[in-house]
Design a binder for this molecule. Structure first.
Ligand code: MG
Length: 286
């Protein structure tokens, strides 16, 4: 299932995308969190019924981020593709050198996620060296505590695309990355959640980004240094992860700071981030 949150006649609604990919069929929930927490069989049956009814043309609605207001900060992985580790260390070895062979976890505040065609805010005067990071995001469906790697697939609701927009000057001038990752308008997400039953585990999907049509990132989600099963096994060994938790798994090489000279974003730039089988975001910097 491809699930979306959309705006129609001023109201937020969840829906399932039809086979033709041109229509959305409304589900009886307004909040994606309730979709995620529904028993799986109930959701499948409800979606089947919805798909047998009339849909609404996608051109008549505004697609929002699938989880527009996450209940908790997004959990992020830093430096989780080898080639990105190299480019980041070249850019600023103090800020990005990975001293230990353990995952870098950080969090990203998302008061309101940006929809797949929404705007990335440039925060002039505050956010210098604006950068993009295409990432595969994992969404959990049930409470996870002490989950073994082998059982992790049972805990995954689905996957989406997330652009971990970063203000590099803020990110690297503070000891922690939190502020430089968490400004308003820094988390485009979507366009849909593809449920986990449609993607074999672990996901090995092409991931890319483009800026003004030029290919910048071009990799595969099978190349994560720390895989999804290990991430969730480690975090859940001491933290309770709740349904609806979003984990952004890190970005491949080709971000703006990786170029020499760096190629940061400016107002008017159009950033596309996509993953094969899920879809893509197309956001304009303003
Ligand atoms: Mg990132």
């Amino acid at each position: 299932m491809k699930l979306i949150t959309y705006l129609a006649q001023g109201k937020e609604q969840t829906g399932v995308i039809g086979e033709d990919r041109e229509n959305v069929h409304p589900l009886p929930w307004t909040d994606m969190q309730d979709v995620i927490e529904s028993p799986w069989e109930t959701l499948c049956e409800t979606a089947r019924t919805a798909l047998s009814g009339n849909g609404i043309s996608l051109s008549d609605v505004t697609i929002l981020a699938p989880i527009p207001r996450p209940r908790q900060d997004v959990i992020c992985l830093g430096i989780n593709y080898r080639a990105h580790a190299e480019e980041a260390a070249r850019y600023d070895s103090d800020a990005f050198a990975k001293e230990k062979p353990v995952p870098i976890y950080f969090s990203k505040r998302v008061t309101e996620a940006v929809g797949p065609e929404g705007f990335i805010e440039s925060h002039p005067g505050l956010a210098e060296r604006l950068d993009y990071e295409a990432e595969l995001a994992v969404i959990l469906k049930k409470t996870a505590r002490s989950v073994s790697a082998a059982d992790v697939p049972d805990y995954i609701f689905g996957y989406t695309v997330l652009n971990d927009v970063s203000a590099r000057a803020l990110q690297t001038s503070h000891k922690q990355w939190y502020f430089g990752k968490s400004l308003d308008g820094f988390t485009p997400m979507g366009p849909c959640i593809v449920t986990a039953d449609e993607i074999s585990f672990p996901p090995e999907l092409p991931i890319f980004s483009r800026v003004n049509g030029e290919l910048r990132q071009d990799s595969n989600t099978g190349l994560l240094i720390t895989g999804i099963a290990e991430i969730i096994e480690e975090l859940s060994s001491g933290m309770t992860l709740l349904p609806g938790t979003i984990i952004a798994t890190g970005t491949p090489s080709g971000v703006g700071m990786g170029f020499d000279p760096p190629r940061f974003l400016k107002p008017g730039d159009v950033v596309e981030c996509g993953i094969g089988g899920i879809g893509f975001l197309r956001n304009t910097v303003r």
